[in-house]
Design a protein around this ligand. Structure first.
Ligand SMILES: Cc1cc2nc3c(=O)[nH]c(=O)nc-3n(C[C@H](O)[C@H](O)[C@H](O)COP(=O)(O)O)c2cc1C
Length: 326
């Protein structure tokens, strides 16, 4: 059985990619990911917002430039310089210690910083860049078109300045998601990662405070990414990575059937350890043997390629007749 798949410009030995998260900022974990059979790793994002906070600049002006709702682990206690330096060392150390592609990730809040960091990462040896693009659209002065325009500009600026491939990791919060993904591809995205999963606020009624609801995903959160990957497979030429809701080999298989070239895993490895990737690969192989698929290509996009599935994938409303039919 052959698990090889093409993602970005790389031939990955497995479609399973360690997602950008707290685990992927540790070199030991990256080595375990490779030893366990991961096809690639995405490093923890470098957050410009973190650099500004550490420098005491705050983020009060952020909405004027480019806002971010990403709020993962901003509490790293480092000086601005060492935060960036540590990140660059992580890239170069990873390149020395592992052979699978090392994808660096950034999230910026000012335009000109995106290409600047991307170039620095490329020079440090990153094989590709993942742009962790996130917008909290709360500013009434910025129109829908402006929000998208800004993202397109970020992608085209990075693409014009870098020679390594670019993946764009997005949310599904767009007024016209299909068109937005096409425009991001035209701007230079070599891959789209569907979708990021953000910090989810909740309220503790005992302490009467804001809290984080759940850092880890639930398997039923896979559905929106599956829907959009299957819908976009025939419309985009770039690579597609599935992200969110993979908790077992079935999740990986579903993403590939929908049309994903690679599948990012985060919550499942937080729960079971990074070496669980070995079992995920084994589970995919077992299913392929059972179904008679010899390689990933033979079932990639199986759902997306059947036109009769499109109206079902596009369906939003529950209708009595539709539910009976399905
Ligand atoms: C603790 C934690 C830290 C994360 N940090 C990042 C990050 O720095 N950059 C990023 O793009 N995504 C980050 N993510 C999101 C994951 O990469 C992933 O997209 C999300 O968890 C959904 O995948 P899952 O269902 O496999 O967990 C983080 C997730 C968690 C739980």
């Amino acid at each position: 059985m052959d698990l090889k798949t093409k993602y970005l410009q790389f031939e990955l030995k497995s479609p399973i990619v360690l997602a950008s998260c707290g685990l992927s900022e540790n070199i030991g974990n990256l080595v375990i990911a490779e030893d366990s059979g991961a096809g690639a790793v995405v490093l923890k994002s470098l957050f410009e917002e973190q650099i500004l906070r550490d420098a005491g600049l705050g983020t009060s002006y952020k909405l004027k430039e480019f806002s971010s709702i990403d709020s993962y682990e901003y509490s790293v206690k480092t000086t601005p310089d060492s935060y960036l330096e540590n990140y660059l060392s992580l890239i170069s150390e990873a390149k020395k210690r592992i052979d699978i592609p090392v994808i660096a990730s950034i999230n910026c809040i000012t335009y000109h910083q995106w290409p600047q960091y991307a170039i620095i990462f490329e020079n440090a040896g990153a094989d590709a860049i993942e742009l962790n693009i996130a917008v909290s659209p709360t500013d009434h002065d910025i129109s829908n078109d402006d929000v998208l325009e800004r993202q397109i500009k970020v992608v085209s600026d990075v693409s014009n300045h870098c020679t390594i491939p670019i993946a764009v990791k997005v949310s599904n919060h767009y007024s016209n998601l299909g068109l937005s993904l096409s425009l991001l591809e035209s701007a230079g995205a070599d891959a789209v990662v569907l979708f990021n999963r953000y910090f989810k606020p909740d309220i503790d009624i005992e302490t009467v405070e804001l809290i984080s609801n759940s850092d880890l995903s639930h398997p039923n959160e896979i559905t929106e990414s599956l829907r959009w990957i299957a819908l976009m497979k025939r419309k985009l030429k770039c690579s597609i990575a599935g992200s969110t809701g993979v908790h077992d080999a079935a999740g990986i298989i579903k993403y590939i059937l929908a049309g994903a070239d690679a599948v990012q895993v985060c919550s499942v490895v937080y729960k079971h350890g990074i070496n669980h990737i070995k079992e995920l690969n084994a589970g995919v192989i077992e299913w392929m043997e059972k179904k008679g698929f010899e390689n990933i290509e033979s079932f990639k996009g199986h759902i997306a390629l059947q036109e009769s599935n499109t109206p079902i994938l596009e369906r939003l409303q529950y209708m009595k007749r539709a539910i009976r039919e399905m």
